[in-house]
Design a protein around this ligand. Structure first.
Ligand SMILES: Cc1cc2nc3c(=O)[nH]c(=O)nc-3n(C[C@H](O)[C@H](O)[C@H](O)COP(=O)(O)OP(=O)(O)OC[C@H]3O[C@@H](n4cnc5c(N)ncnc54)[C@H](O)[C@@H]3O)c2cc1C
Length: 409
């Protein structure tokens, strides 16, 4: 049987390795338009490659996928994070779980992850077709003909489409697979960027570039979030970024954030305090620092640069003594500290940037990854309408769906 895997990223690598290790008779063609394999794997996790997660509770694991969690069930139970962990270790890549439960190679080098696959391919009879850009797939009776931009076409019995999403297009993930899937009868959901930072309109935000908070709550007035978002954020020269911002961007991936229609993100700098308790804390701070300026008093709770901006936004002269601040003014400050509006007018690249949306999941069998429309066609990885938060969840989904597609074939 001839099997073509189009796309040599995480999902394609795992699908190819699975077939080669489990089906000695298969003739495998791994087709990749780049000159090397796993280009995105190599830049993932800042080059360290956050291969999977240390989370072992499957119920909790599913909450890390804003889209596609239910569909992923079979794939994740078949190849859960601990199995991925063992797989890499048994293929010569020792791993470690960091405090925040992200899993990395001990070497902190994504090259080791890609090398593990290259070793499998060198030992096999696989055809690794690098610098081969597929540009059309045709159905010919029960088979598929793959046409290339330059090279001669090949005919195969089965195809696994693992061309990824369309984020970081310079890595080769140019979204070609969506057109291939459409030509074979599939529909593509609307697409959007997820795990992105946000560009802010407010000058004060940019003036805080470099300031970070370890634990901030995020919400918006554009509808409730399905799950509360709390975590680290960082102010940048453009706006806001950081794990909590990425999670927020995933949950609101399809909300517009443009100069004409800004998306207001409210930051709660003290998310574990009720408004009443926090107001009382501010009152006590003002009493204890009666002779100090309000700016310096607030600066006992937040960085000084932030305290200055809070005073400006609340229209309170920062030099006034804390004792002089009225209840109403203090409530204004409290409200800002727990509801600080950032008006975002665009999205920037995150450090783990993925495409939300993709192949419509109802058209794919979740137990096999095979198309329900075109038998013999399989999907795996980011091309599917599946995406996760930061923390190794996207690679985990790619390994698991790639493995399931390979096993099914
Ligand atoms: C900067 C960055 C950092 C990230 N860090 C992490 C992380 O640490 N942990 C994590 O879990 N996730 C991370 N992600 C997300 C994760 O890398 C992706 O979700 C995952 O790699 C998707 O794998 P894939 O195989 O589906 O697609 P891809 O890795 O995108 O692979 C698709 C492949 O298909 C090839 N291709 C496309 N079209 C064609 C064609 N026409 N012909 C031939 N070949 C083609 C491409 O060249 C590419 O190599 C990160 C993403 C980015 C952008």
């Amino acid at each position: 049987m001839k099997i073509a895997i189009i796309g040599g990223g995480a999902a394609g690598l795992m699908a190819a390795a699975t077939i080669l290790e489990e089906n000695a008779d298969a003739e495998v063609f791994l087709i990749e338009q780049n000159t090397g394999l796993g280009k995105k794997v190599l830049i993932s996790g800042g080059g360290r490659c956050n291969v999977t997660t240390g989370i072992r509770n499957m119920k909790f694991l599913f909450t890390r996928y804003p889209r596609g969690a239910k569909f992923l069930s079979s794939a994740l139970y078949n190849f859960p994070p601990e199995a991925v962990y063992e797989w890499f270790e048994s293929h010569g890549v020792p791993l470690k779980i960091e405090e925040d439960l992200r899993v990395f190679p001990i070497s902190n080098d994504g090259h080791d992850v890609v090398r593990a696959f290259e070793k499998i391919f060198t030992k096999s009879r696989a055809h690794i077709l690098l610098s081969h850009a597929a540009n059309k797939i045709e159905r010919a009776d029960e088979q598929f003909v793959i046409h290339f931009k330059i090279d001669p076409a090949i005919t195969v019995d089965k195809i696994i489409l693992t061309t990824g999403g369309q984020a970081y297009r310079h890595t080769g993930s140019t979204g070609d697979g969506y057109a291939f899937a459409e030509s074979l009868g599939h529909t593509i959901t609307p697409l959007a960027a997820s795990l992105s930072s946000f560009i802010a309109r407010d000058a004060w935000v940019k003036s805080l570039a470099g300031v970070s908070f370890e634990y901030v709550g995020l919400h918006t007035d554009r509808g409730p979030l399905p799950t509360p978002i709390e975590g680290p954020i960082l102010f940048t020269h453009h706006g806001i970024t950081g794990p909590a911002v990425f999670a927020f961007s995933a949950l609101k991936a399809f909300e517009l954030a443009t100069p004409k229609q800004p998306l207001t993100i409210f930051l709660n700098l003290f998310p574990d305090k009720s408004p009443e308790a926090f107001f009382t804390q501010l009152q006590v701070a003002c009493q204890c620092n009666a002779k100090r300026s309000i700016e310096n008093t607030i600066a006992t709770l937040v960085p000084k640069s932030v305290a200055k901006i809070l005073c400006t936004l609340a229209a309170i002269e920062s030099e006034r003594h804390a004792a002089e601040i009225s209840k109403k003014e203090l409530e204004g400050l409290r409200s800002l500290m727990q509801n600080l509006p950032v008006h975002t007018i665009g999205r920037g690249a995150g450090d783990e940037f993925v495409t939300a949306g993709g192949i419509t999941l109802s058209e794919v069998n979740p137990s096999t990854m095979e198309s329900k429309i075109t038998p013999g066609l399989f999907f795996a990885g980011e091309i599917l309408d599946i995406d996760g938060f930061t923390g190794g969840f996207n690679l985990q989904a790619s390994w698991a769906t790639g493995r399931l597609a390979g096993k099914s074939i």
